[in-house]
Design a protein around this ligand. Sequence first.
Ligand code: PEP
Length: 255
Amino acid sequence: MDNRIPVVAANWKMNKTISEGKLFVEILNNKILYKPEVDIILCASYPLLFQMNLLLDSGNIQLGAQNMHWELSGPFTGEVSPLMLKSCGVQWVILGHSERRHLFHETDETIMKKVISALKSGIKPIFCVGEKIDERKSGRTEEVLERQLSGLLETINEVELNRFIFAYEPVWAIGTGENATPSQVKITHRFIRERISRRIPECLEKLRIIYGGSVNLDNAKELIEIEGVDGFLIGGASLEVESFEKIINIVKENE
Ligand code: PEP
């Protein structure tokens, strides 16, 4: 690992009630009593955010949302704005997650609107990119990532880019129990880092790129040792506080 602070982010997806979320935070808070050398981010569903923020006042654990609308307010029934997230203490938002892209038909264009709005509102994006299985098998991974990054690279400057975390999440590895191989992860992270720093060379060393896709206690050590992997975005294995904390420790020990 270079001198980038590693990240362990939980994506709870549509899981946990308010009381379950609070219990998780209480247990994790007791384990993380010091300022950790790892950025720990819990991305919870909307109804949990306000309550969780009240418990996260030590600042050792940060709060993230899983989505947002790009408008600040207005007639968008069922949507949540960045202003609302800010008022719940949210610092991060996952944007471009494959479940949003593929199940809810979000496009590169709408994701970019969200990115710009998040930055304007002071919320930092966890920006996800990743290819589907047929795209990998037909050798189109880099082409897909290039497309997913292109809007961003046309729009974003260095200062803004420093506020991002990028997540490489191969769609075929999410929730399947089949993680990408170390060599696939290494090559793809290198591609993303080089592609972004071709546009903004100052970012080469600073950019944090995390891996997501079936990370668990058994594969976390092997994956965090890969050059260019700055941490994880974790779905399934983040739901149990014990396994999540063990993965944080694995990442910390790799420092
Ligand atoms: C995710 O949803 O971002 C994810 C990586 O899920 P899982 O860890 O369950 O594959």
